[in-house]
Design a protein around this ligand. Structure first.
Ligand SMILES: [Fe+2]
Length: 398
């Protein structure tokens, strides 16, 4: 049970460095300036401004925000567009702002911590601190937590999920070698996702499915569900039985490779982030189809999702110069994800389960001979993230 400390952060998005300042935020003054409410802070420099309409819409008084569900009770559409405050009062030693509105005399209330948080983040969720890795920086100490620790308390689960968030994968050691224990581990994190392959899956080489994952040949690095509008967010693997040679698992940090292309080949990076590549799954009575860029960025330019499976790419065509640029970028991408410098390789022995971020980490498998029984599950991105938020919030309040 050793957390790797070898991986170095290569590029990290916006972080929560100032989050601790929010909990002790205290208001100093509040005045109407140029039609906006401008506040100053007792314990921080600078000013923050809020529009009167926005404030009325985000009032924290019970009549405006349900105290339990935090659902909006305000009738946004009855707020006059020219709403203005009649009074602004800082109360409770700077912990609250009270605003009495001119048009109806109603009083709105705003905790200083809420206003400070909004002023800092604009309401956007703070991006997690990612630790991008390659073969050299990851070393041999892979992030891992014992099954017992994950299952017995929230501290162990939070530690495991935080590693997965940072590195895009982590192992669980000492997992009882059964489908049932693996399912318990998966359900400790999130709902098991039902797909065309079922919920918890359990397979050996089986050509009944029209998918290369069900054969003993080598599988290059890829993400699953490129043909899905909402590709599975996470995937769990647990090898229940192996009697043979080969079959090692491989992982590649897709964000690390993306960062390399961003740094060395901006033209290909633009193509990989802009061209939506269609993919499809055809067979077994279904025809799934979706299109994703190989590297998806969010509105801040941070990495959101990598989606790459050259086996499942569907036919598409662009004007020849753009198509040629796409093939060049695709070749660069494929060359890097297949470069051993970016890949870690290990044998998944019975008793060690792997959970990885399928929106970031590409996975593959060496060819094997013999008998191999693998089980696992897909989990949804949103359920994993929800679990992390809940664990973090109860960790803070503990
Ligand atoms: Fe796969």
């Amino acid at each position: 049970m050793a957390e790797s400390t070898a991986a170095t952060p290569v590029a990290t998005p916006v972080h929560d460095e100032t989050a601790t300042l929010e909990t002790g935020a205290l208001l100093n003054t509040a005045n109407l300036v140029d039609g906006e409410v401008e506040v100053t802070w007792k314990n921080q420099p600078g000013t923050s401004r809020f529009s009167p309409f926005w404030l009325r819409d985000h009032c924290h008084a019970k009549h405006s925000l349900h105290p339990d569900t935090l659902q909006r009770q305000v009738d946004t559409f009855s707020i006059p567009l020219d709403i203005a405050p009649a009074r602004l009062d800082i109360v409770d030693g700077g912990r609250m702002l009270h605003v009495v509105w001119k048009h109806d005399g109603v009083r709105s209330e705003f905790p200083a911590t809420f206003l400070r948080h909004i002023a800092r983040t604009e309401g956007r969720e703070v991006a997690p601190r990612l630790r991008l890795w390659d073969r050299a920086s990851m070393g041999d100490a892979f992030p891992s937590v014992a099954y017992e620790e994950i299952m017995s308390g929230n501290v162990g689960l939070l530690r495991w999920l935080t590693m997965i968030e940072q590195y895009g994968f982590a192992l669980a050691s000492g997992v009882p070698v059964s489908l049932e224990a693996t399912e318990k581990l998966a359900r400790r994190v999130a709902h098991v996702r039902e797909t065309i392959f079922g919920g918890m899956w359990d397979f050996t080489a089986n050509l009944a499915f029209k998918d290369t994952a069900y054969t003993p040949v080598a599988i290059g690095p890829h993400t699953d569900g490129t043909y899905s509008l909402d590709s599975p967010g996470f995937q769990m693997f647990h090898c229940l039985q192996f009697d043979g040679e080969g079959g090692e698992s491989t992982l590649v940090d897709g964000f690390r490779v993306a960062e390399e292309i961003r740094r060395t080949d901006p033209i290909s990076f633009e193509v990989l982030t802009q061209v939506k590549v269609p993919a499809q799954y055809l067979g077994d009575g279904v025809h799934l189809r979706a299109a994703h860029p190989i590297i998806a960025l969010d509105h801040n330019g941070d990495y959101r999702q990598v989606a790459y499976n050259n086996y499942d790419r569907a036919p598409f065509r662009l004007p020849t110069p753009r198509m040629n640029a796409f093939y060049k970028a695709l070749k660069s991408w494929d060359g890097l994800v297949n470069d051993p410098a970016y890949e870690i390789c290990f044998r998944l022995a019975p008793g060690t389960a792997l959970l990885f971020d399928n929106w970031r980490t590409l996975h593959g498998r060496r060819a094997y001979r013999g008998f191999r029984r693998l089980c696992g599950a897909y989990l949804n991105k949103e359920d994993f993230e929800s679990k992390l938020r809940v664990l973090r919030s109860s960790d803070k309040s503990a």
